[in-house]
Design a binder for this molecule. Structure first.
Ligand SMILES: [Zn+2]
Length: 446
């Protein structure tokens, strides 16, 4: 595509260079057209609070703004849009000069700093658009990131630079699934991507051990945002709310930003889902979907006798500390192999054995954070295959990690709790209508 553009770009140069600089009204008419379409868009954008059901139709008005406009005197303007891709080594100067833009204008643009956008900083792989009318370049568009569009408009005088937001459409929909074999398969079965399974596993990482706790018949419901651009799915947005029923126990998660304006998930009562300890010493996200998708790990009667829980996982899988703490033991012996022990507070500690290697910087006395990678799964010591042996201790005595009751970190109160309850009930109502959805137009950079 890039090559096509270059070729046509050169054609543009020839047109401009043959004879006088044709400062024809074409460009001005393009600007007028652009202005007219903006006014049209503004007029057709519904006021907030109008019926949302007619929003999807507005999509076409956004994307088809380049409609030929007939004037009584001039022939209709039909802009031609070509898309190119930035290649390594491309420069703003190179691209614009091939389009026939004069050196002085380019130098002015390259040094201009419009709304914190450095125009001469190009990212390889990103696309740009060149809009021409009658072989004259009227606009160059580039997206420096996922939220903004930079337009350089070439008119009669110096080029005009505008920065605008990328228009995304956000669809909010409620989906539900049942676990038969694995969470991945359940997500796949309802037509969604594996990342949804991973996102769910992160939301409930303090409540559910996704490696061992999932059971056939477990169900989940999510209120999910999907982000579209020009009708095409770009990515998932936020999971606004989720419910997970695991072995008959119901867990709720509602996304809410409190007074510190940081978004986080809260349970039905408004308690933070974050806890002192994560449920599993491995992150679901770090394991290939093929592996976790293989089967559900059965509950074994060996847990207590074994004084720990075994997590079968591919060698080199990162091992995370289940909570903040300090390394109090680091050694290698013939039974545990490479082992790390983390002291979380005066009561609890946890141990991680059979490691292939320790993460760099791990030594006795090192402070670690919850979720920090401290080592990698291996077969050191008495192990038949790669797995992590994980144990927890209360007051120095082994306890079954599955039975540790950890109080929640915090709970919303007062005005925050009131607001939270309104949002919660609203989303809960939407969650219950699985399969329904609504479309909302929203600008990027929420
Ligand atoms: Zn073991």
């Amino acid at each position: 595509m890039g090559r096509d553009l270059r070729r046509s770009g050169r054609r543009g140069v020839r047109v401009v260079n043959s004879g006088e600089r044709r400062r024809t009204p074409v460009r001005i008419r393009y600007l007028l057209l652009l202005f007219a379409s903006l006014v049209l868009m503004w007029v057709s954008t519904p006021e907030p609070g109008t019926d949302k059901s007619d929003l999807p139709e507005n999509r076409s008005e956004i994307t088809d703004e380049m409609v030929p406009v007939k004037s009584s005197l001039d022939p209709p303007i039909v802009p031609e849009i070509r898309v190119g891709r930035i290649k390594r080594g491309d420069t703003l100067y190179g691209i614009l000069s091939e389009l026939g833009i004069d050196d002085v204008s380019i130098m002015n643009l390259a040094t201009a700093d419009v709304e914190d956008v450095n125009l001469s900083r190009l990212v390889a792989g990103k696309t740009y658009k060149v809009i021409t009318v009658d072989d004259q370049v009227v606009e160059y568009q580039y997206e420096p990131d996922d939220t903004r569009i930079v337009s350089i408009l070439f008119g009669d005088s110096e080029p005009d630079v505008r920065v605008s937001s990328i228009p995304y459409e956000i669809e909010t929909l409620s989906l539900s699934g049942t676990i038969e074999g694995s969470l991945f398969r359940a997500v796949e079965k309802i037509g969604e991507k594996p990342s949804l399974a991973l996102d769910l596993s992160e939301i409930f990482a303090w409540q559910i051990d996704f490696f061992r706790d999932l059971r056939k018949g477990d169900t989940f419901t999510v209120l999910l945002e999907k982000v579209y651009r020009d009708g095409k799915l770009v990515r998932y947005g936020d999971i606004l709310a989720a419910k997970f029923i695991n072995s008959g126990k119901k867990y709720s998660a509602i996304l809410f930003s409190g007074s510190d304006s940081r978004s986080d998930y809260f349970d039905w009562e408004g308690g933070s889902l974050r806890k002192q300890f994560l449920k599993a010493p491995l992150r679901f996200r770090r394991i290939s979907s093929g592996y976790t998708g293989r089967r559900l790990h059965p509950v074994t009667g060996r847990i207590v006798a074994h004084r720990g829980i075994d997590y079968a996982a591919p060698a080199r899988t990162p091992v995370q500390s289940i909570g903040d703490g300090k390394i109090v033991l680091k050694k290698k012996d013939s039974v545990n192999g490479r082992i790390l022990k983390v002291r979380h507070n005066s009561v609890y500690s946890s141990a991680y054995a059979h490691l292939r290697s320790f993460a760099s910087g791990m030594k006795v006395g090192t402070r670690v954070r919850q979720g920090q990678v401290i080592g990698y799964v291996g077969t050191s010591g008495r192990a038949t295959g790669p797995h992590l042996h994980f144990a927890m201790y209360r007051n120095g005595r082994y306890i079954n990690p599955r039975l540790v009751k950890v109080p929640r970190a915090s709970i919303l109160t007062g005005k925050e709790l009131e607001t939270f309850r309104l949002i919660r009930d609203d989303r809960d109502a939407l969650l219950k209508e699985a399969g329904t959805h609504e479309m909302v137009l929203r600008e990027a950079g929420r």
